[in-house]
Design a protein around this ligand. Structure first.
Ligand SMILES: Nc1nc2c(c(=O)[nH]1)N[C@H]1C(S)=C(S)[C@@H](COP(=O)(O)OP(=O)(O)OC[C@H]3O[C@@H](n4cnc5c(=O)[nH]c(N)nc54)[C@H](O)[C@@H]3O)O[C@H]1N2
Ligand SMILES: Nc1nc2c(c(=O)[nH]1)N[C@H]1C(S)=C(S)[C@@H](COP(=O)(O)OP(=O)(O)OC[C@H]3O[C@@H](n4cnc5c(=O)[nH]c(N)nc54)[C@H](O)[C@@H]3O)O[C@H]1N2
Ligand SMILES: [Mo]
Length: 766
């Protein structure tokens, strides 16, 4: 124990990045036994002739040529290109009952999957099966269902455009829109909220805009861990003197100060650059209040300036010409009392006013945001209030300004663009009919929460997962795990073994696929796939490593195999021909989505191309043709928080994980080493409960009427710099206290960042 802190908890004083990041990469390479090949692989990440890094959706600099060092990108790449294998011997040796007892880390660390498997309940093992037999079985089970709507087709966002497009073609030809998607747990509040505000569910900025911005506001994202390449952009902006204003309950180290591993001076002198110019530790779930507070202060400053004969701080020309709803927003904000804003945001009025002052003094402003904004019961409203704030000063659709949702998975945005959606619009349906000669179903399908609910209720009987780890990513494992065990058919297309694969159905199949870094050889030769980043740039990705085994297939080839077996030659779709050359799939994408015009040529240009984002050019694809100020009623996140003992638990990622993939047990920047069973708490909140730093605690999820209570036991409380009323713990462990019904009813996004809990000494709660 150091300084009497709990085991494994230390003060970490270094800046983010720096030598510790380089050391961490060296350790990862050694651990995954890819030292020689690994360094070469890393140099090909995000290069014109290389593969797109599977780490995150942050864009690459335009003239990509210099190698951008990224610690967590390196972890994602080595984790995939590992020399470890989970082959036939592995599955012969370990029963599922045994594997269930393994940690999530150990399951994936068994290495890459190498052959198709089918679960045999009499041996309690996954056993090898041939591809044709696997496809035949899947087809037989899918064709046995009473209705296509009894099947669910999940997508995780690492899937390429080509695979996602073929998948939606197959599923729509099969006859359903049940497309639960990782996006439903992630940026759905953006996809639902922004089209009503600005006519497009995507960000409006490009990477170049950061060179012209005068202020950056950051709400609820942790780029030092989750988008490390974004640190290059923030580092450059900070050095230009651009104010960076952060709203985050936790003091994330990379947002405080960062040493760029590319910067020889910072590396040699052990110096670093301060990133945030102002850091506001908003309460978890307090952003709606904070945003209304900033807008209220802007309106007050504007009125004062006008009274004094000045021009005011609003962009009145923009508001007049381009927007609707301003008066409604003004009255909502003016009628929200400061006391409520202060109480719920946890921020003092003068703190909020100082943020507003930075905002009005900057000509061009970018607002970036992540899961701290979207994963709340008011996630959609949060996103819309960010758009309102920007619109007040015309900060959308001009250089150096705009809204920047920071996406998660490397192609989560692209998957959506090419048709993975449970709510197909007319353009999509018409496009599919034009390209394939059949009219796909129009009925709304299931999102992720609805899919689990349907499976739990026995309404859905089959689940196909194109990547991901749905059961572990989803809320409430008690309900979710039990539901998944009731299925007739489950199919996982995956690179590595995870817990979802252990939740077996009557028929359970694992199909091993190639990853981003692997060479993808098809009938006409090696193939490239395409992805779309957070800023709507589409570019090619080409793997080059020898695949981990001869039996693996690419995701498009697996989907085509399932489709052909299930549909035969329905609608005359020639699946083998499509997969033989991915240019043919891209031609079809272009036929369905005219935005991809000249796709195959444009994607061969270095750096790729940008899809049209109308709002970036002040064209508003909304019903009234305007950008809309949208009012969010009230400030409260959840009635359960009226309980005087309640805390808002936010569930976050450590530095050593990729979603449900746990690379290791450290969270270096937060000073946590070798463990994840901790809850970060404010000292006053501890004292009020008679607790102290290091005490063992139980965390109880508060339940609404008719809901079940859930408890996580025996965690350790860690005194931490976090606002009173908020607590933080790691995802996925803390999903055990997130009720399935606890989500944003506008977007379906689970409220992973606003979980009402009570915390007490271990053993006290029943
Ligand atoms: N290495 C690595 N990279 C990743 C991932 C990964 O797991 N590991 N995941 C990928 C995916 S899918 C995604 S979606 C992104 C996620 O990237 P982020 O959006 O950064 O996600 P989180 O780590 O969940 O948490 C975000 C931040 O929000 C803060 N926060 C929590 N609650 C609140 C709140 O109520 N208000 C505010 N203002 N802030 C809050 C937390 O303190 C944390 O700093 O990263 C992607 N990239
Ligand atoms: N409490 C809480 N829950 C959360 C969140 C949170 O912040 N808090 N975040 C949510 C968010 S933002 C997201 S995006 C979801 C993530 O949910 P998912 O996307 O479902 O989960 P991942 O952990 O990214 O999936 C990891 C698995 O993907 C497979 N895989 C990896 N690479 C490939 C590939 O190239 N192809 C294929 N076919 N498979 C591959 C491997 O088998 C690996 O085990 O979790 C959500 N859940
Ligand atoms: Mo995500």
């Amino acid at each position: 124990m150091k300084d009497n802190r709990p085991e494994g908890i230390e003060q970490y004083d270094h800046p983010a990045g720096g030598w510790d990041a380089l050391k961490a990469v060296a350790r990862t390479l050694a651990d995954q036994r890819v030292v020689a090949q690994g360094t070469m692989t890393l140099l090909k990440a995000n290069q014109p002739e290389g593969f797109d890094c599977p780490g995150c959706a942050w864009p690459d600099p335009k003239h990509t040529s210099s190698f951008e060092f990224c610690e967590n990108g390196a972890k994602a790449i080595t984790w995939e290109s590992t020399a470890k294998r989970s082959g036939p011997e592995f599955f012969a040796k370990h029963s599922l009952s045994e594997l269930w007892g393994w940690t999530d880390h150990k399951l994936e660390d068994a290495g890459r999957l190498t052959l198709p498997l089918r679960y045999n309940s009499s041996s309690d093992r996954y056993e090898p099966i041939g591809w044709d037999e696997a496809f035949r079985l899947v087809a037989q089970e899918l064709n046995k269902l009473d209705r296509p709507d009894q099947a669910e087709f999940y997508t995780s966002g690492r899937t390429s455009n080509e695979a996602a497009f073929l998948y939606q073609l197959f599923v729509r030809a099969y006859g359903t829109n049940n497309f639960p998607d990782c996006s439903n747990m992630c940026h759905e509040a953006t996809s639902v909220g922004l089209p009503k505000s600005i006519g497009v569910g995507k960000g409006t900025v490009t990477l170049e805009d950061f060179d012209y911005t005068d202020a950056i506001f950051s709400f609820g994202h942790n780029p030092g861990t989750n988008h490390p390449r974004m640190m290059t952009t923030l580092h450059n902006a900070a050095r230009r003197g651009v104010p960076i204003v952060v709203f985050n309950p936790l003091k994330e180290r990379a947002l405080e100060r960062f040493a760029a591993p590319q910067d020889p001076v910072e590396m040699a002198t052990l110096s670093s650059t301060p990133i945030a110019s102002a850091y506001y530790q908003v309460r978890a779930g307090g952003d709606l209040a904070a945003l209304k507070g900033i807008m209220k202060a802007v309106l007050e400053m504007d009125a004062a300036d006008r009274d004094a004969g000045g021009p005011g701080f609003l962009d009145r020309v923009f508001i007049e010409e381009h927007t609707a709803g301003f008066e409604m927003l003004r009255s909502d904000v003016e009628n929200t009392p400061w006391e409520r804003i202060v109480a719920i945001s946890g921020l003092a009025r003068d703190a909020i006013e100082s943020a507003a002052r930075i905002y009005v003094n900057a000509r061009n402003v970018i607002v970036c945001y992540g899961m701290g904004i979207t994963q709340h019961t008011k996630g959609t409203s949060n996103v819309q209030q960010i758009a309102n704030l920007l619109m007040l000063r015309g900060n959308i659709g001009k250089r150096g300004a705009g809204i920047a949702p920071i996406r998660g998975h490397s192609n989560v945005q692209g998957d959506r663009t090419v048709g993975i959606t449970e709510i197909p619009n007319k353009a999509l349906i018409d496009g599919m009919e034009r390209a394939f000669g059949f009219r796909p179903p129009g009925k709304k399908g299931h999102n992720a929460v609805e899919a689990i609910e349907a499976i739990a209720a026995g309404r859905s009987k089959a689940l196909v997962c194109l990547g991901g780890n749905l059961a572990v990513a989803m809320s409430d494992p008690d309900v979710t795990y039990e539901a998944m065990r009731k299925l007739d058919l489950v199919v996982h297309i995956a690179t590595k073994l995870n817990r979802s694969h252990l939740l077996t159905a009557k028929t359970s199949i694992i199909l091993p696929c190639l990853g981003r870094t692997d060479l993808d050889m098809q009938a006409t030769g090696p193939q490239a796939v395409t992805v779309e980043d957070s800023m709507s740039m589409v570019h090619a990705s080409r793997g080059f490593l020898r695949p981990p085994g001869d039996m693996l297939k690419s995701e498009p080839a697996i989907i085509a195999g399932i489709a052909k077996a299930t549909l035969g030659d329905r609608y005359g779709i020639d699946w083998d021909w499509l997969v033989g050359d991915y240019d043919r799939i891209r031609d079809k994408i272009e036929e369905v989505f005219p935005d991809f015009g000249d796709f195959n040529r444009r994607v061969r240009v270095r750096g790729g191309f940008r899809l049209d984002v109308a709002a970036s050019f002040r064209r508003w694809n909304t019903e009234n043709g305007k950008a809309n100020f949208l009012v969010a009623a009230g400030l409260d996140e959840d009635p359960l928080l009226d309980n005087p003992d309640a805390l808002v638990l936010t569930t976050i990622r450590s530095h050593d994980q990729y979603n449900t993939t746990i690379y290791g047990l450290d969270d270096r920047y937060r000073g946590v080493f070798g463990r994840r069973d901790v809850i970060f708490m404010n000292r006053d909140d501890l004292a009020r409960r008679g607790l102290k730093d290091g005490d063992r605690i139980d965390v109880c999820g508060l339940a609404g009427q008719g809901e079940r209570q859930s408890v996580v036991r025996g965690f350790t409380a860690v005194a931490y710099d976090i606002p009173s009323g908020s607590a933080a713990g790691y995802y996925p462990e803390m999903n055990a206290v997130v009720a399935l019904g606890h989500y944003d009813h506008l977007s379906g996004t689970p409220s992973y960042k606003g979980v009402p809990v009570t915390i007490s000494a271990a053993g006290r709660q029943g």
